[in-house]
Design a protein. Sequence first.
Lengths: 115, 111
Amino acid sequence: DQQVKQNSPSLSVQEGRISILNCDYTNSMFDYFLWYKKYPAEGPTFLISISSIKDKNEDGRFTVFLNKSAKHLSLHIVPSQPGDSAVYFCAARALNNNAGNMLTFGGGTRLMVKP
Amino acid sequence: DVKVTQSSRYLVKRTGEKVFLECVQDMDHENMFWYRQDPGLGLRLIYFSYDVKMKEKGDIPEGYSVSREKKERFSLILESASTNQTSMYLCASSDRAQPQHFGDGTRLSIL
């Protein structure tokens, strides 16, 4: 049973427009959420994170929103650029995870930004 | 900058072979992880380690074992490789509660 779900396997957006990637979770013990970006033939790289005490975190063109009551988070990219084309993974960490900083990952969403 | 190095980018092995995947990090991180990535399933945790000689099972440990004899090195072992272990394997490390840093992965094919 997947505790972190990304229901859209792919998303296509025009350059300059907004990209919105969604993620849902089921475990109410998750207290910290991260987004990773992955290019082909490379490992995932950390993009942005948010703690459960916040509902928004912004870093340049990237903003993550957290809706705890809906157990939903989203990543907004504005404006989207062709170099943003990659697979994006949502990940979550549980509050009582006192051993090793374990993360649970979603299945990923492939974003394609068309010039 | 954190560097996580996986010993092979591509590996082809035969069914029944014992396979070793090596991972080294250069930032003195306490935590190290092994994942496999499969289409639609995201990254699934196989094993992790939070200290030398310590290991914990992740979500899919069956058919795998690990070794951490030195802080910087974390090895994944496929005891008897099977075709369903064909996958992309990713190693990661982190310092306590900080975001994990990943290597570039090993694409393993079992024939």
